[in-house]
Structures are given as C-alpha cells and as structure tokens.
Design a protein around this ligand. Structure first.
Ligand code: G4P
Length: 530
C-alpha cells in the first residue's frame, strides 16, 4: 500500500476540478467569465474575452480563430471560492477540435454542461455527454439565456432526459422568461435571492424571500407567479428529488436555470461545485489505482499548447496532478523516457496571468515549460513505473499528404509536423518511404497546421488529397506474424508520431479485406497516449 498523508487529504478535499462543455454559442465563455467574477478572480467581466482579443492581435495562427469566430484553444484557470480551490478547464466548442476536448475531459472530476434555453440540446452537447458518460463524469447542468424567448422549462428538462439519457433534478426554477425573466427560485433552499440583474460587475444587495407561497413574490411578480407555482408542482410530481449519490455516479444531473450575461444563476452553479462536485478522484495508474492523498507525486500530461505567449514561442504541457504535492524545482521521473527530469518553475493560470506555481496537489493543473520532452499522455512520478490510462487518440477520418514546396525544407517540414503531432494538433503518419500523411478529425485542423507550419516553421507546404481514407493501429500476436504482415503490406504501413505501427487503408473495403486475411492481427480505432 502506498503511503498516504492526512494533511494532503485535507488539501485535496478543498479542490474541485471541472470543465465547461457546450455546443458553440451556448454561453460557455460568458459563464466562465461570470464564474471568475463570482470567484473574485476578476473584478470585471470582459477580461477573458479581452484576453482572447489580445491573443488575436498578436498571434498569426489565431487568425483562423478570428476569421471563424470560434474558440480553438482551451485554457486552464484557477481561483478560490469559499475556501475551495477551483480549477476550471475550458474546452474548445468546435467539433473539429473534439479530440482536444476529450483529452481535457480525462483531467477533470466533474463537468458543467451549458445549454442554450432557446435551442435546447444540440449536436455537440450530445457527443460531449457521451464522452462524460463513458467516464461516469458527474454533470451539473446550466440552462442559459432565460432572458430570451426560450423553450418551456418543462420541455427542456424532458429533452435533456430523452436525448441525453440522464435524469434531471431541477434545483432552481425560472421566474418568467424572455423580457419578463425575473430570476431563479431555489427549489432546494425554498427561497429566492433577489438581486438587481448585474452585467460586468457584481452587485451585492440581495433580498432573500423565503417560501414559494410568500406573498412578497406575488407583490413583485404578479403575472409570473401563478405559472411558476403550477409548473413547480408539475415538475415536483414528475421528477425525482436530487440525490448526491446519483449525481456522483453520473445518473442524474442537478439543473440550474439562469442567464450568464445578467449573472442570474451563476452563483448557484459555483455553490453546487463546492457542495456537491467530487473531490479529486483516484486514478487508474495502469498497474494500480492511485489515491489522491498518497504522499508521492504523480500525474499525467493531457494537453500541450503552443503559442500561449506568442512572444516566446513556448509550449506548455498541461499536467494534472493525481497524488502528492508539487514544489518548485522538484525532480520527477519521466516514465516513458525512463529518465529523471526537473520541473523548476511550473505555472498556474489565473484569469489573465500565468504565475509561478508554489504548491499543487491532486486535482490541480500545472503548466510545465516543454521543449519536446513531454508528450500527451506522459506520466511523471517520483520513481514508480506507472502509466495513467484513458487519454485516447481516435482514428482520423480525413487525410492529406503533405510535402514541402521547397525540397530543401523537407527536414523542416518533418520537424514541424513531428512537433505538431506530439502536441496533438493533428495526427501525423510517416510511411516506409518517408511520405507524410496528416490525419484529422475535422478540416479546421488542417488549416491551423498549415498556418502554424508557415509562421512558426517557415515551411510552405502542399497539402494534397490522398488515397488514404482511414487508419487503424496495429497489434500483433507474435514476431512472426508481424514480420509476415509487414512484408505483405509494406505499402500500406506507417508509423504515428510516437512510432506506433498503423495501417493506412484506402477504403473500408480495403480494410475489411485485409482484416479478413489477417484475423490474428489487431486493428484498433483508438489508441491510448503514452
Ligand atoms: P460560447 O463560449 O459557448 O461559444 O458562447 P459565448 O459565451 O461566447 O456566448 C455566445 C453568445 O451568447 C454571445 O453573444 C453572448 O453574449 C451571448 N450570451 C451568453 N449568455 C447569454 C445570456 O444569458 N443571455 C443572452 N441573451 N445572451 C447570452 P454574441 O453576440 O455572439 O457575442 P457578444 O458580442 O455579446 O460578446
């Protein structure tokens, strides 16, 4: 049994690590800002968007992001709320970057799902929830934009239950909708915290009105209250009460209504995170489960981000601490490399700044300056040979062949693509003849890679269509089969960025035929990093 520490346990219990997931435009950025505002991390909303804008201005490759009006990158932010340390991991909403989102979701213990009340459950929400379900990640639901003309709350709950297949336990209920949206009544607390709708800044004067039957409510909202009472009665009869156990097992989601821009309902979400979201959970370390309060430091890289500071061209590896404590300058064991390495000055990320991390425990995310030594999925420990599992690569669905316009820059192209492949920006395969193939889940990935190759590596490349239509990772039962297969299929074989063997099929038919001939060879649609 690994040694644990009660002191560490205490600290771990104050941590909450979560991601916000949503279909683009549902209000993820707005909610992020408002959570930071309520958490005291920023004084004025607009900072996060402002930061995005500043990035746009300075970073060329972000041009794509600007043109498309989408958020490509995901970031990490830490702030304190009611003696808790909250780690918020942002995720890109655009489906072309879903791989990145999946990786981020492996590093959290909980997710907040934002739904646009006018649109209901959207395509990307469905996909993201499937990933959460695989990992049994508890979900808190925030139904946003109640200040607009929206669907009926009862209908929205029904839609979440039937489409996303998760039970809903409404914790708050909206009073009015659209222009007459007045706020949210807490069903659980049986009270209304009435405050003047805020915008950029926080307003503190709150009137507390206890009880749904309180005449003060009728005085304030004479037109809305009859329908509120009627629908609450209906919903209380139809839905199960909130169960912490069911929430933690991912079967039920507490639902909050609100309006991010007006600050309505935001504090309820924060309160739910503090009160209900799980503390950092034990993690599968490959050979054994690692408890968060174990004394020895462990964790894994789930994301690598370049150009966070375009002036420095640096790459940051985002690392989820799974146990023990990080201290500046500590020496750790890089399991894949089999070597020790030092982490002199890891970073933590506040709303607008990155600052030197002084201490991190399980659940915290630290940013490690990376010069190529860390790949996605890498495990660091204090000597034990662990390998945290569950960070997937998916077989790409889109392929391009890449070659440099200038043949003298072929080496540079290789280097650039290798690094971008390690970063997870795109998947890169190299066949026996040295031809390079790019594999993506979404077409925007190609655009970003082309821009980054041009600006960061000064390589103008040509991206051509290729006969490759799908890829499978290979495993062999023995050396003999491997040799025979390799001899017969040389032309269809390649290696991924980490050197793993891959079969590049020209069509599903081609894949099926090969599989039929080689039943003992494993053809895999996903591969775990590391
Ligand atoms: P995302 O990160 O999920 O893509 O969404 P984001 O927060 O950027 O919000 C998308 C749009 O929805 C923004 O409008 C935002 O202001 C608006 N929005 C967010 N929450 C609410 C809400 O509670 N009520 C209303 N009415 N609108 C909301 P935009 O016009 O695209 O951008 P902006 O010019 O307002 O920044």
């Amino acid at each position: 049994m690994a040694q644990t520490s009660p002191q560490l346990r205490k600290e771990v219990e104050t941590r909450r690590t979560f991601a916000i997931i949503s279909h683009p435009d549902a209000g993820k950025t707005t909610l992020t800002e408002k959570l930071l505002l309520f958490g005291g991390a920023i004084q004025m909303a607009g900072a996060v968007k402002g930061r995005k804008a500043a990035k746009h201005a300075t970073s060329d490759w972000m041009e794509v992001e600007k043109q498309r009006g989408i958020s490509v990158t995901s970031s990490v932010m830490q702030f304190q709320y009611q003696d808790h340390v909250i780690n918020l991991l942002d995720t890109p909403g655009h489906e072309d970057f879903s791989e990145d989102t999946y990786r981020v979701l492996t590093a959290v213990d909980c997710a907040v799902m934002v739904i646009d009340a006018a649109k209901g459950v959207e395509a990307q929400t469905i996909k993201l929830l499937e990933v959460c379900r695989l990992r049994k990640t508890p979900i808190i639901t925030f139904i946003n934009k109640l200040d607009r003309e929206v669907k009926d709350p009862i209908e929205l709950l029904g839609e979440i239950e039937s489409v996303l297949k998760i039970d809903c336990a409404p914790i708050t209920w909206p009073i009015g909708m659209g222009k007459t949206f007045r706020g949210v009544f807490s069903l659980l607390g049986n009270k209304l915290n009435r405050f003047t709708p805020g915008g950029e800044k926080l307003t503190k004067d709150v009137e507390v009105i206890e009880g749904l039957d309180n005449p003060r409510l009728d005085e304030l909202f004479p037109l809305e209250m009859p329908y509120v009472r009627e629908s609450v009665e209906l919903i209380e009869g139809a839905s199960e009460p909130f169960s912490l156990e069911k929430f933690l097992s991912g079967e039920q989601t507490p639902v909050f209504f609100g309006s991010g821009v007006n600050n309505f309902g935001v504090e309820d979400v924060l309160q739910a995170l503090v009160n209900w979201a799980p503390i950092p959970q034990p993690r599968d370390g490959g050979s054994r489960e690692v408890e968060p309060d174990e004394s020895k430091f462990t964790g894994f890289v789930f994301k690598i981000q370049a150009n966070m500071d375009p002036k420095h061209r640096d790459r940051i590896a985002f690392f989820r601490v799974c146990s023990g404590g990080y201290e500046p300058g500590m020496k750790v064991y890089h399991v894949r490399d089999g070597k020790d390495m030092k982490i002199p000055n890891a970073l933590t990320f506040m709303a607008n700044d990155r600052v030197k991390m002084e201490k991190a425990v399980a659940g915290d995310i630290i940013g490690i300056y990376n010069h190529g030594q860390l790949h996605i999925g890498d495990t660091l420990t204090e000597g034990e040979r662990l390998g945290f599992t569950g960070i997937p690569y998916f077989a790409p669905e889109l392929f391009r062949a890449a070659r440099s316009k200038d043949p003298f820059k072929a080496k540079q192209l290789h280097k650039g693509l290798k690094e971008l492949g390690e970063e997870g920006a795109i998947q890169v395969f190299e066949d026996e003849l040295g031809n390079l193939y790019l594999g993506a889940v979404g077409p925007l990935q190609f655009e970003i890679v082309a821009q980054r190759l041009a600006t960061e590596y000064k390589v103008d490349a040509i991206y051509e269509n290729t006969p490759v239509s799908t890829a499978r990772w290979l495993t062999y039962p023995d050396e003999k089969t491997k040799k025979e297969f390799e001899t017969e299929q040389t032309l269809r074989l390649a290696k991924d960025a980490d050197g793993n063997p891959v079969y590049l099929a020209t069509s599903i038919y081609n894949l099926q035929t090969t599989q039929k001939h080689w039943p003992e060879v494993g053809f895999h649609t996903t591969r775990e990093h590391g």
